[in-house]
Design a protein around this ligand. Structure first.
Ligand code: TXA
Ligand code: MG
Length: 351
């Protein structure tokens, strides 16, 4: 299949391309599109055949449900069986934006879209191209991240092209994604709201907006937890770079020394070494290493925005071993570390 690539920027929406994209969806085809978190791989959420095509294009297990993207609240009413009071409060505070909520689903949503579950994940993105596209497509876009299953989520259109060219009808290039990590997922079907995936919207922000306790799904904050995560997708080893990635944590000076020491041994053994550092720490490292900066130290938004891009660049560079500084921090730092830990298969070297 020939994949058409078009450009539509938030401050310059490509109306004719968006309308063509909407028609592709209505005819059962697939279109990748930009959102403020990561690129999505969109199909008609109410058409079971479209959802099947999404799983096939990604190479994704079909028990891993898709998020339904909407552009206004009227569309929410049609796909959920009830809207809890807490959902209205969170929608008021964070929609449109990087928050996904889990509801009990209405009959109209096919099981193919929800991976067989009776619940449905819904998000209203803020990216203007995404919103125009959802409207042009009839209001309901099922979209996982637009990567081949197991690869880092794409934050730039060129990575969508890398993974999806020839597999889908169209890719809309909207430039770099603002947030860079997937949305926060909160389950509202159980009484107490439970966070199933950390993201830009933090636990503190949710607690403040709801004025009540919000809990973590234990399986995602405790690596030794025996229970399966409630978001089926969180059980897979995501974001795995081809290289062997370890996180080195501790005081900055000793961390850099340790990375230099380990990296030197790798180079001697003929391996290509990559380091994930920051603008402030990059010069601490041996210049034989391939050093990439996740923005400025202490800026948790930078690390979130650049992490997936860096992991993909290391793949493209043929890097064998990667050492990363820790990006533990407040706010979105927690989500960044969640993704980095998964990418590293939880390999941590503590100094
Ligand atoms: O930011 C995002 O959320 C991006 C953009 C494209 O919107 N989408 C995204 O989709 O990250 P995906 O498919 O890569 O991740 C969706 C996650 C998976 O872990 C899946 O298991 C979970 O949401 N999920 C979807 N429906 C669910 C449900 N009914 N109950 C529990 N978890 C659900
Ligand atoms: Mg994904």
């Amino acid at each position: 299949m020939e994949t058409k690539i078009v450009v539509s920027e938030e401050n310059n929406i490509n109306i004719s391309a968006i309308s063509e994209a909407g028609n592709i969806i209505k005819n059962g085809g697939l279109v990748a599109f930009p959102t403020e978190t990561v690129y999505g791989l969109g199909g008609d959420a109410l058409n079971p055949e479209s959802s099947k095509k999404i799983y096939a294009a990604k190479g994704r297990p079909s028990d891993n449900p898709l998020i339904v993207h909407i552009a206004d609240m009227e569309h929410l009413e049609k796909i959920v069986s009830n809207i809890p009071e807490d959902a209205l409060k969170l929608a008021e505070a964070f929609w449109p934006g990087p928050l996904t909520m889990i509801f009990n689903k209405a009959e109209i949503v096919p099981k193919e879209t929800t991976g067989g579950l009776e619940t449905v994940a819904v998000r209203m993105p803020s990216n203007k191209t995404a919103r125009a596209f959802i409207e042009a497509a009839g209001g309901y876009i099922a979209a996982p991240s637009a990567n081949i299953s197991g690869r880092p989520s794409p934050t730039l259109a060129r990575y969508v092209v890398e993974d999806m060219n020839g597999r889908i009808e169209m890719i809309i290039d909207g430039g770099q994604c603002e947030v860079g990590l997937e949305s926060t997922i909160v389950d509202l079907t159980e009484g107490t709201p439970i966070i199933l995936r950390p993201g830009y919207i933090t636990k503190e922000m949710l607690t403040d907006a709801l004025n009540r306790e919000v809990e973590w799904d234990r399986a995602i904050i405790d690596a030794n937890c025996k229970e399966a995560p409630k978001a089926p997708g969180m059980k897979y080893r995501h974001y795995a770079p081809k290289a062997d990635l370890s996180i080195v944590e501790g005081a900055m000076g000793p961390v850099s020394e340790k990375i230099n020491e380990l990296g030197k041994m790798d180079i001697e053994a003929g391996r290509k070494v990559g380091v994930i550092a920051t603008e402030e720490t990059a010069s601490n490292y041996d210049c034989k290493f391939n050093i990439k900066c996740a923005g400025h130290k202490g800026n948790e938004f930078d690390a979130a925005k650049f992490l997936f891009q860096i992991l993909r660049e290391f793949d493209d560079d043929g890097t064998d071993v990667i050492y990363s500084e820790s990006f533990e921090g407040p706010g979105v730092g927690q989500a960044t570390m969640n993704r980095l830990l998964k990418a590293a298969g939880h390999k941590i070297i503590s100094i």
